[in-house]
Ligand binder design. Structure first.
Ligand SMILES: *Cc1c(COP(=O)(O)O)cnc(C)c1O
Length: 376
């Protein structure tokens, strides 16, 4: 059996090696390392794939969130509502810009921002909402957009974990996640569903004025060369990464199908076990399984993690400390929040290996090892 990894990037690379190597060498030969042709081509290819008007490539998914918030003109003290149960980048950027993070509860089934807790968190100072499509499943965007529109709030979808996922509205309309809110952001960190071979990110919008503003912010606030209208940053996608991503974007739907197949295998193996809740699949979207995350009841979760490690099976806790309990916010004097579902989930979630290269032998070994521990 091949060694089991959380993400097997090497086997995946070997399948597209010839194309990738050629594309990378082409960039080296061209020496156009910054803003070479593949960058613009990638922006066009991704905008076509997502069916969104503007794609602005940038250096990583954290920058993408920062640029989005800067371009919206948010001011220190403005409140930005985000889930606490997410990767830290989402809220870190809010704090970095001296905006006020307002943590809300997630839905226990989808792990994403709950619309009721969102509604309750809105104050006259609220300016933006950042739903996160966690683990590859969309938040309930239809409900969130309804609330946002009622209160005239900007919505930034953190789509770093769900690129390629479809969202289906009640009237049957389909949109890609990340193209529903005011702005969408993503990351091309190597382990993401569409990952480069280094850092990368992108921002999406259908709004022409915002797109122009975000391009300017990402490029030192420059409106034309050496004329800087606003304070910006320097955030670009490397040409080498764009060349790689152009090839990997063509594979994205196959990658999603492979992840969903592995998830189906896990679901079947763990079905009807009273101690295991397998990932809920919301009817309004297709889960793209960036992570395959179980909720355990009456199981020593950390014991399972150690048991699996002894059997050479990696597993991860995403994430061991929720945002509202991170030290980094101590100096912000945020009001105490009670997030019972977030705390409950934080104690009980465990993510199993999921990627595009898992075979049945590996899946069978993983699932039988998990069940051995749980049913002992
Ligand atoms: C990965 C990730 C980010 C940040 O992406 P980087 O490219 O690592 O900066 C932001 N939000 C979420 C939910 C992520 O998973």
């Amino acid at each position: 059996m091949r060694a089991i990894q959380m993400v097997d990037l090497k086997t995946q690379y070997q399948k597209i090696k010839t194309e990738i190597d050629t594309a990378v060498i082409d960039v080296l030969e061209s020496s156009a390392f910054i803003n070479g042709k593949p960058v613009q081509q990638f922006a066009e290819n991704l905008s076509e794939y997502l069916d969104v008007k503007h794609v602005i490539p940038c250096a990583n998914g954290t920058d993408a969130l920062q640029i989005a918030m800067m371009a919206l003109g948010l001011q220190p003290g403005d409140e930005v509502i985000t889930p606490s149960f997410t990767y830290i980048a989402t809220t870190e950027v809010v704090a970095l810009l001296r905006l006020k993070p307002v943590f809300v509860e997630v839905d226990a089934k989808t792990f994403c921002m709950g619309s009721e807790s969102l509604r309750k968190a809105i104050t006259p100072k609220t300016k933006a909402i950042v739903p996160v499509h966690l683990y590859g499943q969309a938040a309930n965007m239809e409900a969130i957009m309804e609330i946002a529109n009622e209160h005239n709030l900007a919505v930034i979808e953190d789509n770093a974990q769900a690129i390629g996922s479809d969202y289906i509205f009640k009237d049957g309309t389909k949109k890609k996640t990340g193209t529903i809110g005011t702005i969408g952001t993503t990351s091309f960190f190597p382990s993401k569903n569409l990952g480069g071979y280094g850092d990368g990110g992108a921002i999406f919008t259908n709004d022409d004025a915002l797109a122009a503003q975000m391009k300017m912010v990402a490029n030192h606030g420059q409106s034309k060369r050496y004329y800087h209208d606003v304070v910006g940053c320097n955030s670009r996608l490397d040409t080498v990464q764009a060349a790689i991503l152009n090839i990997k974007l063509r594979e994205l739907d196959n990658y999603i199908a492979a992840r969903r197949k592995a998830a189906d295998y896990y679901d079947a193996a763990f079905a009807n076990n009273p101690k295991i809740t397998t990932p809920y699949r919301a009817p309004y979207t297709n889960h793209v399984f960036h992570q395959y995350t179980l909720v355990l009841e009456g199981v020593n979760r950390d014991g399972l993690n150690e048991y699996l490690a002894l059997k050479q099976i990696p597993s991860m806790i995403y994430y061991p400390v929720p945002g509202h309990k991170q030290k980094m916010f101590d100096s912000f004097n945020l009001p105490d929040v009670e997030l019972a579902t977030t705390d409950w989930l934080t104690e009980r979630v465990i993510s199993l290996p999921i990627h595009t290269e898992l075979d049945e032998e590996q899946l069978s070994y993983i699932t039988s090892s998990v069940l051995e521990y749980i049913n002992q």
